[in-house]
Design a protein around this ligand. Sequence first.
Ligand SMILES: [Zn+2]
Ligand SMILES: [Zn+2]
Length: 772
Amino acid sequence: MAEAVKDAVKEVTDNVKNLAVSGEAKPKKEKKAKKGAETGDGRPLELSPPAAFIDHRVKIFEQLKAKYDEEIAQKPREKIEITLGDGKVHVGESWVTSPADIARGISKSLFERTVIARLDHGTPDETLWDLERPLEKSCKLELLDFDHEEGKRVFWHSSAHILGEASERRFGCDLCIGPPIEDGFYYEMALPEKAAVESSDYKPLETIVSSIVKEKQVFQRLSLSKEDLLEMFKSNPYKQHIIKDKIPDGTFTTVYRNGPLIDLCRGPHVPHTGRIKQFKIMKNSASYFLGDANNDSLQRIYGVSFPDKDRMQEHLKYLEEAAKRDHRKIGKEQELFFFHEYSPGSCFFLPHGMIIYNTLNAYLREQYWKRGYQEVGSPNMYNSALWKTSGHWQHYSEDMFTFEVEKEKWALKPMNCPGHCLIFGHRERSYRELPIRMADFGILHRNEASGALSGLTRVRRFQQDDTHIFCTEDQITEEITQLFDFLREVYGKFGFTFKLKLSTRPEGFLGEISTWDKAEAKLTEALNQFTAEGGGAWELNPGDGAFYGPKIDITIQDALRRDFQCATIQLDFQLPQRFELEYMTSEARPKTDKEAAEKPKEEKEKHDRPKELAEAENEVIKKTPAPPPGYARPVMIHRAIYGSFERFIGILTEHFAGRWPFWISPRQVMIIPVMPAVNPYVQEVQALLRAQGLHADIDISGNTMQKKIRTAQLALYNFIIVVGAEERENKAANVRNRDDQESQKRGEVIPLDEVVKKLVKLRDERRLENKI
Ligand SMILES: [Zn+2]
Ligand SMILES: [Zn+2]
């Protein structure tokens, strides 16, 4: 494989070199631009003449398109029935009637609004279909607009083609890929002479895009043989690679043309470029072809587009708000945490960040106590034998930090589960002990590429609020129901709403169908119960479970209505089997000393097994001997609610925009004197609050009182207490509330005893609202 990759890369690089040479050879004087089309740096808006490959592609396209159109004209016309969502049936003609005809027949505005057609949704024939492409047979038809997830993807994907066309026209570049992404799209390309895209290119590219949009270039679809594709894209090494790699010999695939751009693409697209009314380039970055650092370095241009101005403005406003809330920015301003190049992806929590961290942790420990969880501590590094038994060595080793200890391979743990299996299995277990809810705040490491690291969102070192529940099959429903209650308790504290999704048995699953069916039925039961109790609807995600068990994904929504997946509830039939975990059922007799003594031998054999595991793993696991009579295998439930503390703190920082609820806040109270004479009283108040475990700071610097108040306001202290002679005489405090504008000008004077009591109550009740 390595050789093949090297060859491909070499081919790619050689071609790029040739291309660069031919680019250079072009006489610069020939590059003429239209009047007024020069850009700021004096370079023309577009290459003139255009890159030679453009004409080459168009010639092949036109020739084959004419042939194709002739073939289509020969197709027999038949009556077809097109059924709409409301049940209405339209009669049309095969190879003639298009979804666009149906839409226009209903109303012009419906047609204008529709981005893409979806045929036969929910059947094996389900497919997205270009609006103007004639239907070939009877079908169910849906017309999707931009607000539909699929419609948005098609809209943004089509926008990427426009960006590709503009880039070719400006740079004469080799395009690579142009997919839609979560918040827009990008196009990846190689510029001649390995040049980089500059931010000064944005405006000119947007100018070219405007003209493309004005032209309303139609997206034309055409199916081509692999040979024709290789000829059409012969000057583009990346497309060559993709064609050779992805398209089987003797098969056809499609290209789409809009204006001078012809791109290898499965489609579908909007009908014409005029649909992309609002377009903006957001940023650019460098990347590697196929994401491999050994390949060519490429340039990515990111953009976003919308069908109208309002949506664009709303999006830009949202981005502005998100930037203000960026946890990396607030983390610096509030001195919560930082990162250092000597240990990328491993966070340094500063004292204030650590207060948040510990408060979140203490809250969970309190909940664990109430909910019958038991906390354990387990090692950070293990011999690879453990990871071979768990299967991580075979499936996950690239994501682990591995090293040698006394000539044997070891790894830092990326998760706690295998260690917890050792804890469960280290002595005989009885059904009376179940369920065991084993909690661990252990430190985990995952080997993320340094380029993928991002603030607290993507780290190498983290701690989870990890728990593994070992229970009997009969206990699953009850455990899941309790977990939903736990989720509601925790997320409610932060004002998050959440959604649930059940992923069921995939192909290539492990274990017996009957076990899966039972488990899925139990999860469904728990989910329905949750919904019936007003917990909100849940969604089914068929076939998307892990191969070792069904799972429930939980998504929370933050103040900017962004979705995050933090929690998961994952049933696991596999690990208990791999570790041969068992418990005594009510019919069991304890093992004799002799039987128990045989155990170490079994364990040794187990460690010899991984070689087979790698080959026919599933088979081997299935062959794991069943527990002896009177014993049964526990089910394992992996579950986390915060997910990782690091990521959760990042999410909370942005959700609250740094305005922490009192109970988590590292800056709860600032005490400020009216004049230096009351400084001792300021210190007295601080001591009183600190004695209650409240985070109270004082400012007895030489600044003016107004300046001190202003500074404390900017630092987002929940409360500012200002004291003067009067407050000192009456043992009182003047309190300003961060979230109450009225109290900012002149706070409320409250007896000190009462202030302390109220603050303690606010903290202990963990209320979201900042009010005493
Ligand atoms: Zn496309
Ligand atoms: Zn786990």
